[in-house]
Ligand binder design. Structure first.
Ligand code: FO1
Length: 312
């Protein structure tokens, strides 16, 4: 297969790191991104879509890879002015990032679906060779029930509370997947479950009606472990994600290891890419019914090469 059509299901950070590399190595193949919308948030009347936006900014070469979200060279004067007006926001929307949320919200108010608005914004960001798709057109936001019984929006827990409080339950909204996402997955040669949170990112996409069935019809189905057990993350953003992942996995009685995560993808993915450091996980991955494939998960370019080989 010389020009495969590949779909990457993804959250924000994992997708933003991988998608530009995958685009580069797929050569003439077609790459579509189906991004989680469970993390979406209404912020002062504007719809913010963190996962879609991280991947779109990364594809446009504008993403702040050190912070792990938003735009490079960002300023936060609107946020600071809100604080001066005694409205201290816990969610830090940058001044330049704000432009995207203003435009998206205008489009939605004038009757565009989120799919149409996303395609229009991608075009304006200069993304030409990758199709960007929200997993759903509905407002399917994720809530979490804390062990102390508070019910919070995902971003209240993740950002305001730094993903620190333990979770009793992750409440994925479910609902309808977007028609475009289902159609694109159904007609793909290969579907990749990206290295994102298996519960709140990939799990939120899989919980949408029509997605799992569409994935099963794809000839190649590859999952990537979001965790490398053998390497302690030295980056604060990655540690924040790792804590959120541990907390979310604990709600379904699982630990944050490739072997435990494999069980969540059993019957859906055929292969699980695990890091070369995690060779000790291979038996548990096999026991869960997936074929382990060793790769360099810490180098997005090397990971993209491995994925492209498996997709073609
Ligand atoms: N993450 C943070 O840790 N703190 C923030 O203040 C924050 C603001 C923010 C604004 C726009 C955006 O697109 C993303 C933003 N993120 C922020 C990232 C986001 O909360 C997470 O990366 C994901 O939702 C979790 O995957």
């Amino acid at each position: 297969m010389s020009r495969p059509s590949v779909v990457l299901l993804t959250g924000g950070l994992g997708g933003a790191r991988l998608a530009p590399r995958l685009r580069d190595v797929l050569n003439q193949g077609k790459l579509s991104i189906v991004a989680n919308v469970g993390d979406n948030l209404m912020w002062h009347g504007l719809l913010v879509c963190p996962d879609l936006d991280s991947v779109a900014y990364a594809l446009a070469g504008l993403w702040d890879s050190e912070r792990g979200w938003g735009l490079r060279d960002e300023t936060f004067r609107v946020r600071d002015t809100l604080a001066d007006l005694h409205q201290r926001p816990w969610f830090n929307v940058g001044d330049r990032d704000l432009a995207l949320h203003l435009l998206r919200t205008d489009h939605l108010r004038s009757g565009y679906s989120l799919t149409d608005a996303t395609q229009e914004l991608s075009r304006r960001l200069g993304i030409t060779s990758v199709e960007m798709l929200p997993a759903s057109d509905e407002s399917n936001e994720t809530y979490v029930l804390l062990e102390d019984s508070r019910l919070l929006h995902f971003q209240e827990w993740y950002v305001r509370e730094q993903a620190d409080p333990k979770l009793g339950e992750v409440r994925l909204a479910g609902g309808m997947a977007s028609k475009a996402a289902v159609h694109t997955i159904e007609s793909a040669d290969a579907v990749i479950l990206g290295p994102s949170n298996p519960i709140t990112s990939i799990g939120a996409i899989l919980a949408l009606d029509g997605i799992e069935e569409a994935i099963r019809s794809a000839p190649r189905r590859i999952a990537v472990s979001p965790v490398v057990v053998g390497v302690e993350p030295n980056d604060a953003g990655v540690r924040h994600h790792a804590l959120a992942r541990r907390r979310a996995l604990a709600t379904v009685g699982r630990v944050d290891t490739p072997g435990a995560i494999a069980g969540l993808y059993a019957g859906l993915a055929e292969l699980l890419l695990i890091d070369n450091f995690d060779v000790g996980e291979t038996e548990e991955v096999r026991r869960a019914g997936l074929q382990p494939v060793q790769a360099d998960l810490l180098d997005p370019a090397a990971l993209a090469e491995t994925l492209a080989d498996l997709c073609t």
